[in-house]
Write a protein that binds this ligand. Structure first.
Ligand SMILES: CC(C)(COP(=O)(O)OP(=O)(O)OC[C@H]1O[C@@H](n2cnc3c(N)ncnc32)[C@H](O)[C@@H]1OP(=O)(O)O)[C@@H](O)C(=O)NCCC(=O)NCCS
Length: 185
């Protein structure tokens, strides 16, 4: 799949990962700084072979995606659809591209795609309770609802306890929010 849109004059592309991006994904996933938010402060220590296996699982309901800004790969995103519900994850790996509005713009594009093209009823994601930025983005910028928090539900790679918070948004709520937002602009 491929989604293309303009954001602040930049050309954003969200496209299915291919073997061509395997070594870049390997570099990102093995980097502890990039992966700390997901519980892997030392990186996931994966291999090129395993990354390629992951890429090969892309299909109609499950996608590992690369995010490009003006042809430069800046991060990755994924979704999986089960029983009309989509779960997603996003990582803008190039720090220079964080906090510039790209994340919100990209997720709005993904939500529209999932609700309008894939016809899912609900989108869900979870994040580390310490990840204040992502919670702000999900709740305040994308109108998702905080559903539950699992306190001390996991232990990260270096033995620290962590808590996970789940967010969701229904198709109705997103479409109403999108209409209101578009009418304002
Ligand atoms: C989370 C992520 C997708 C957000 O995308 P982004 O492009 O960086 O975010 P945006 O610029 O679109 O929006 C960030 C918003 O959060 C705010 N923000 C930034 N840091 C913040 C913080 N520490 N606390 C609260 N809000 C914060 C910004 O001010 C901005 O809001 P505003 O537009 O109202 O000012 C991106 O930063 C990322 O991939 N981070 C690394 C991986 C990650 O955390 N993934 C999500 C885990 S599930």
């Amino acid at each position: 799949m491929e989604l293309n849109f303009l954001y602040k004059g930049k050309s954003i592309k969200i496209a299915s990962a291919t073997d061509k991006e395997a070594s870049l994904l390997l570099y990102w996933w093995n980097d502890g700084e990039i992966m700390a938010h997901a519980g892997f402060p030392l990186g996931v220590n994966t291999s090129l072979e395993k990354v390629k296996q992951n890429i090969s699982k892309n299909n109609e309901t499950r996608q590992l995606l690369i995010i490009y800004c003006d042809n430069l790969p800046i991060g990755e995103m994924n979704f999986e659809i089960k029983n009309n519900m989509a779960q997603f994850g996003i990582k803008i790996c190039n720090k220079d591209f964080q906090n510039n509005g790209y994340g919100v713009a990209i997720l709005n594009e993904l939500f529209s795609y999932l609700f309008e093209t894939k016809n899912v009823d609900k989108i869900e994601c979870d994040t580390n309770l310490k990840n204040i930025r992502s919670q702000y983005v999900y709740e305040k910028k994308l109108n998702m609802k905080r559903v539950k928090t699992f306190y001390n539900s996991c232990v990260n790679q270096i033995g620290e306890k962590c808590s996970a918070t789940v967010f969701e948004i229904t198709k109705n709520d997103y479409m109403n929010y999108k209409t209101k937002r578009d009418n304002k602009n």
